[in-house]
Design a protein around this ligand. Structure first.
Ligand SMILES: Cc1ncc(COP(=O)(O)O)c(C=O)c1O
Length: 443
């Protein structure tokens, strides 16, 4: 039987062999994990041309997720997302038209810049106020596909605050109109094991990017690029070269061992642990419901407190949580996001419940009324053209009427307020300031 990546690294570390190869630490303990930190030596396989222990581990992962092909990334979904766009472009062998809602992560925008894709924006039907809450309906996707030729639809589901898109309906629409569906499922790798029909691979997506590290027990940076069983077979041979086009030639073997270990336990105890975590999270959600604390996350292992609705600025509430020894994933003026996993302890959950039980509820804050989804910024040039233009930085106030040279985002969760190439309006400046951005780059 073939060694796993973990077994190979452990055997190599224990062998006492003299390492006349990279990395320079030679396995000597400085930080702690050096002994297991390898490079692509004989027997260790090559990530982007895998046919040994990495290929076998990826096969185990594909089996667990029900994909036709799963490729490892040691550089997050940020790499998988660029590769996904590249696969569609190379498969069609020409420029492609890609439609996406504006709540896309910067990795998508970077992929568009690098691959010369000028995205078509799909705006939400309803008025929403949170930056990353830019949910898209199947109807909006259909309208977009009816209006013009689109080769691929790109959606983010779940989004940063726990909205889950109607992936199946969107996938059906894409199929009927001849467009591929790529899903940024960076936040939802665990969904495959949380219940039936929750992961985009089960709902008709062609390519899915999962950040294993966000919700599974994987070191930061570990991610997947999944090709679904229903995607064109031609995608498979393009996947690894597309990852190689953007990826480092020195992928972290520590991250790959972590992905390997995760593949092993996904075939063992982890799915039951994930379901138990979702059940435990449901108890917290129920407590919130009883206390009237609004949770706007639709995800089973994510809680998003709509802070403003109970009278708190989200950043202030996050500070109060910190005081109670709880660190959240993200906060902004409107919301606080808490991510749960099977590796949260009962003490963690009890602390959170104590905090929520004693939280004083106040009259809702009105916010500053800036509705992000009402913005339809005027496009002056393509994102690529703008990004490669000479630019200078000026204060946000001075930027009104100018063209953004770089996409301005809230630093977390990396969702755009104004895209590169768009005209900056007073409304945009208001939102930039709301997210703490006082300067911006203009052409
Ligand atoms: C929605 C979304 N997509 C993609 C990414 C990028 O994933 P990674 O950090 O694994 O590169 C993130 C990261 O936060 C994200 O929130």
């Amino acid at each position: 039987m073939q060694l796993s990546i973990c077994d190979f690294a452990e055997k190599y570390a224990a062998s006492g062999i003299s390492r006349f190869h990279m990395p320079g630490h030679k396995g000597v303990k400085l930080h702690g994990l050096e002994a297991l930190d390898l490079t692509e030596i004989k027997g260790a396989d090559f990530l982007f041309e895998a046919d040994g222990i990495i290929a076998e581990s990826e096969r185990l992962t594909a089996e667990a997720f029900g994909s036709r092909l799963s490729c490892y990334s040691a550089e997050g979904s940020s790499l998988s997302i660029k590769a996904a766009l590249c696969i569609v472009r190379q498969y069609l062998g020409r420029d492609i038209a890609v439609a996406s809602p504006r709540n896309c992560h910067r990795a998508f925008l970077n992929g568009c810049v690098l691959l010369d894709i000028d995205p078509v924006w799909i705006y939400p039907d309803s008025e929403r106020s949170l930056l990353c809450e830019c949910a898209v309906s199947p109807e909006a996707v259909e309208r977009c596909l009816d209006e013009r030729h689109i080769d691929a639809v790109y959606i983010t589901s779940p989004d940063y605050i726990g909205n889950i898109a109607a992936v199946k309906e969107i996938a059906d629409i894409c199929r009927s109109k001849g467009a591929f569906l790529i899903v940024d499922n960076a936040h939802g790798a665990y969904l495959k094991f949380a219940g039936e029909g929750l992961h985009p691979l089960e709902l008709g997506a062609d390519i899915v990017c999962d950040s294993a590290h966000k919700t599974l027990p994987v070191y930061t940076g570990g991610a997947y690029l999944h090709i679904s069983k229903t995607a064109p077979e031609g995608f498979d041979e393009l996947a690894k070269p597309a990852m190689a086009l953007f990826g480092s030639t020195s992928p972290s073997y520590l991250i790959m061992q972590s992905l390997d270990k995760c593949a092993e336990i996904l075939h063992g105890e982890l799915p039951a642990m994930i379901r138990a975590c979702c059940e435990r999270t449901a108890l917290v959600k129920e407590l919130m419901r009883q206390r009237g604390i609004p949770d706007i996350s639709k995800e089973p292992a994510k809680i998003t407190v709509a802070a403003e609705k109970i009278g708190y600025d989200g950043d202030v509430l996050a500070e109060m949580l910190r005081g109670a020894m709880i660190e959240c994933e993200y906060s902004d003026p409107g919301a606080v996001v808490l991510m749960c996993s099977p590796f949260n302890t009962e003490r963690d959950f009890a602390r959170l419940e104590d905090f929520l039980s004693s939280l004083e509820l106040r009259p809702p804050l009105t916010g500053d009324g800036a509705l992000l989804s009402e913005l339809r910024p005027e496009k002056k040039m393509s994102i690529r053209q703008a990004v490669f233009s000479a630019a200078h930085r000026i204060s946000a106030d001075e930027a009104v009427g100018r063209t953004a040279a770089r996409t301005a985002m809230s630093c977390q969760p990396s969702v755009a307020i104004v895209m590169a190439g768009e005209r900056i309006t007073p409304e945009i400046v208001k939102i930039l300031k709301r997210y703490g951005i006082s300067e911006t780059d203009v052409i």
